[in-house]
Ligand binder design. Sequence first.
Ligand SMILES: NC(=O)C1=CN([C@@H]2O[C@H](COP(=O)(O)OP(=O)(O)OC[C@H]3O[C@@H](n4cnc5c(N)ncnc54)[C@H](OP(=O)(O)O)[C@@H]3O)[C@@H](O)[C@H]2O)C=CC1
Ligand SMILES: O=C(CO)COP(=O)(O)O
Length: 335
Amino acid sequence: MTKVAVLGAGSWGTALANNIAANNVEVTIWSHRAEQAAEINQKHTNAHYLPKAKLHEALKATADMATAVNDADIVLMVVPTKAVRQVAQELARLLDQRETPVVLAHATKGLESGTHKRISQMIAEEIPAKDYSGLAVISGPSHAEDVVAHDLTAVSIGSTDLAAAQALQKVLANDHFRPYTNDDLLGSELGGALKNIIAIGSGILVGKGYGVNAQAALLTRGLVEMRRVGKAMGAQAETFLGLAGLGDLIVTGMSPNSRNYRAGRSLGQGQDLASVQADMGMVIEGVNTTQAVYDFAQKEGLAIPLTTAIYQVLYQGANIDSEIETLMTRPLKNE
Ligand SMILES: NC(=O)C1=CN([C@@H]2O[C@H](COP(=O)(O)OP(=O)(O)OC[C@H]3O[C@@H](n4cnc5c(N)ncnc54)[C@H](OP(=O)(O)O)[C@@H]3O)[C@@H](O)[C@H]2O)C=CC1
Ligand SMILES: O=C(CO)COP(=O)(O)O
């Protein structure tokens, strides 16, 4: 029987592990905090990250990564971007001691600050290819809070190795969670990372009191920027019209469950970035991703006016109203 290890016990790692446990698949979630592992084992809750959820009793937790990984067939990393290298290094030491490779996957939506590398690039640099038989990403519109509440959810699993994507698909699928596979690992990762920038922008508009016309304009023109950056990084253009692109852009740009949208809304209401981040208590990936994409576009000479305006607000203290005015009065164009 397939055994799964989920590394990272925040909102998304817990929701995915809980969904796998509900499918009668043996799954162990690793938390780097012993008290959190104990809470999941004893109370079947993760009160900080998913306060309303009662977790499946079959979901086991551990604070010892080896316990989760040693007999797992699938290892799914679900930590914030900034923790990926550290967790991958620890995982590499454990996988090196095993005789059989694992199917490796991640569900992280960001780009590395400084290098603007994707998550799978970081993983490939930290874990020798001999230690895993395929690498996949779980992407697409899926808020943890909605998944644990059994809202109907469809995601995409991107991998150049179809068998790896299908192994993930099999342990995750049920009557409220429908994973599709695709062969564009790169585009699936980028869709998930880039939409967070536009979701911050959407929240800013709502915080400023603008309506759905404004959000629709931003999301649609934001998708153009996502595809432009994606193309320059080597993604397939059509991936951005699927669950990992448009789908995730809709949910993250419209849902109050989105951390990126909520962060933008607070900025639009006048709160400063440092206090927005402190209040959230969860990762807001789009903040660092905005910097990474801005740097990349500068280097490549790409025009991404919306991302640039969001960058100016986040990092240069720009006035939101002036940025909106500048965007709306740019030279008129053909769509
Ligand atoms: N939440 C969601 O609905 C979705 C999230 N995602 C993506 O999943 C990724 C994880 O997000 P999410 O679960 O929301 O994040 P959270 O902020 O909810 O949780 C992050 C988790 O990672 C842990 N962590 C942080 N640093 C380390 C480290 N160095 N070693 C081990 N564990 C660490 C945190 O531990 P601690 O509590 O100690 O800080 C916490 O358990 C992000 O890239 C996000 O974009 C994708 C789809 C949906
Ligand atoms: O990627 C997500 C939903 O698909 C989660 O987005 P947030 O990190 O903005 O909550």
